[in-house]
Each structure stands twice: as C-alpha cells, then as structure tokens.
Ligand binder design. Sequence first.
Ligand SMILES: O=C(O)CCC(=O)C(=O)O
Ligand SMILES: [Fe+2]
Length: 344
Amino acid sequence: MPKSEVDANEIPVIDISDPSLQVSQQVLHAASTHGFLFIKNDGVTIPPKDINDMFMLAKDFFDSPREQKSEFAIHSAKAGGKNRGWVTMQGESLDPDGQKQGDPKEAFNIAPPQPTLQPLPSPLSASAPLISRFQTACHTLCTRTLTLLNTALQIPDPAYFSARHDQSLGPSGTIFRLLYYPQTAAPASHDSIRAGAHSDYGSITLLFRLPGQPGLEIRTADGSWVSVPVNPTPSTLTEPPILVNIGDLLSFWTNGMLKSTVHRVAFNDGEERYSMAYFCHPLDKARLETVPGPVIEAFGDKGKEELRMQRKRLGLEEDGAKREVLTAKQHLDRRLKVTYGLED
Ligand SMILES: O=C(O)CCC(=O)C(=O)O
Ligand SMILES: [Fe+2]
C-alpha cells in the first residue's frame, strides 16, 4: 500500500488556457521536479463528453467476446502491425525484472489516424470518428504543453518540439491506449501490482482516469511510492484535470533536467478499473540529442544519474566515449523489445 497521497502542491493543477511566460515556467517547474502535472480541462480542447464517451466505448470493447478481440491481437497484420491492437491479460510486462508474471490487464493500442485509422474491431469500428477526434485533440494538448516547455527552456528555435511532433511530417511511435484492469481478489503477495513500475517511452503522456478508481503511484526521490489522486481538488474542479507526465525522450533531450518518473498501478481494493493513455512520441527520425539552449546548458550534468538509469534500461553502452545518438524509432524499438520480447 502507498504510504501517502502526493501533496496537491507537488503535482500542481495548471491552467494553460492563457499561455504566458509565467505559465510556461510553472509547467517547467513541475516537469523538472516530479515529472507530473495536471492540466485544467478547459472543456473545449478535449470535451469532457468525449472523455466519457471514450470510456463507455472502451468498456463495451473490453466486454466484447474474447474471439472478437483476439482477432486483432497486438502486432498482428489484421490490427495494422507493430504495437497496434489488443493485448491480452498478462500479455506484457512493464517491469520484466521485477515481476514474475505479466501485468493483469488488457489493453488496445490505436495508432494516429494519419493517413487513415488502423482497422478496428467492433464496437470500436463504429465509433471511428470519435476515436480520431479524441486522438487529434490529445495531440493538440500535447503540442501546447511541449511549446510551453520550449518557451520556458529558452530553446532558440521556438518550434523545436512542435516541429518534431508534427504528425503531417511523417510516422511516429505515438499511440493511444485503452486500458482495462479486471476486478481481482486481493493479491496473494504484497508485491503484486496491476501495471509494473516503469517510465513512459515517449515525449509526454496524457492520462485519463475515472473518479473512484485510484491506483496510480509514483516513485519519489527517496524511493517511496505515493498515490496520485484522480482529481486533487474536487471542490473547485468538477471535471478531473488531465494528468500529464514526462516520458524518457524529453528527459534525454534535456540532459535529464525533465524527469521521466517511474510509476506503477497498485491494486488498491481490486475493483475493476479503466484508464486511457495518449503516449505522444516524436517523429521516428527525430534524433535524441541534447537540445541547445541556455537553461538546459546551465543545468549541466546534474541529470547524469537519471540518464545513466535510462541508458541501462535500454542496454546501451555506459562509457561516454562510445555513446551513440539514437533516433526516436530506434529507442522505441528497443523498449518494445524488452516489453514484449519482440525482435526488430
Ligand atoms: O492505468 C494507469 O493509470 C497508468 C498506466 C500507465 O502508466 C501506462 O500504461 O504507461
Ligand atoms: Fe505509464
């Protein structure tokens, strides 16, 4: 069980509807401490009704017959190829070193709708317009957040991040994922978890959860786990804010200044749980090298340990002299290989 819930001030709720230097600095501060922040839902960019409709659609899908889902198995040609489609219970391990069995969850991965939406099983297929609209809206919010970080980091090219996430310019590893954690009896072991400890693979992730379905925990600097509330201030916000977290690539790009914080999903009382994650990735060809700019430069090598851990997770050479610059695609391929045991 987590010892405590994270302090609301530590993961701030930021209103980005009126972007300013001050707002960008708030985003940067959160991104470089816990690597997690809440963005107030403005009600327009990602309408709460679409969020609710997506959750209902996800529930209908996961309730559908197993044979129907397995026809669109992850990585299969029918599902549109690598990293797309349905992941069965225990079908993936987010923490292969720390877990004996795969995660007790199901998932369905949907790639960006450019040039067209991948083939989808029923009932997802009948709601293709909603799914595409939702993906586009998520991407808009990701780009806005990345642009705020671009500003606060004083990167000379104001479009450094946004250009590298422009989906019209080529393929990327971006993936929209529906998640379902079935109801389970109390786990036999204390170490049992619903989604193993991991950091996210992309640039930033948007996470949607439902009130009354807790479970997400982050690992703090002292190694303890603290839970992240679905809505930290229900008295002032009727709609839960959107949780944003920094992934490995922004950490790479900023020399470890932005924190790709390790997180997991705990059982809590074992009630069934749904969530949706939009993993925003840069274009496949983007190179993972330190971004130029005075703020990252001034940070120096203080993120060395963070980067060392990441490179270790990827099985990369630790000797600085032999350091290879990866592209976003090479990085993702390595992570997928570890998660699913996939070959290139
Ligand atoms: O289900 C959740 O709340 C989080 C899942 C997660 O962290 C992930 O899939 O990367
Ligand atoms: Fe995650």
